[in-house]
Write a protein that binds this ligand. Structure first.
Ligand SMILES: [Cu+2]
Length: 117
């Protein structure tokens, strides 16, 4: 009986191992544009968004990280972070294809654009 249990456990471990290997790896094309839903990040520092323009795949979640002492904001037509103080982050998932311009509510010179493919 103990042998049967041991065999069952061994088979379960083997099957689980094989199943794990069938998960496809993340893919990207030769231009570096990420394909499929993913994550991306934008840094807010020096009164600028970096990168200021970003191309992502539909379904990607973008996270902005605020690193300036002065307060900033990420304000677009369909998304708005509100006030972001130093160290705070804001995330938005882009589920529609298109170009989305945004700016900082406190500093009109701070602009950025997310292009969703
Ligand atoms: Cu700002």
């Amino acid at each position: 009986m103990k042998i049967a249990i041991a065999l069952f456990l061994a088979a379960t471990i083997l099957l689980t191992g094989c199943y794990g290997q069938t998960v496809p790896p993340a893919t990207s094309n030769s231009t570096g544009t990420i394909t499929g839903a993913s994550v991306a990040s934008v840094e807010i520092s020096g009164f600028a968004f970096t990168p200021a323009t970003l191309t992502i795949a539909k379904g990607t979640t973008v996270t902005w990280t605020q690193k300036d002492a002065a307060p900033h904001a990420v304000t677009g037509g369909t998304f708005d972070s509100g006030t972001l103080n130093a160290g705070q982050t804001y995330s938005h998932t882009f589920n529609e294809i298109g170009s989305f311009n945004y700016h900082c509510n406190f500093h009109q010179s701070m602009t950025g654009k997310i292009t969703v493919q």
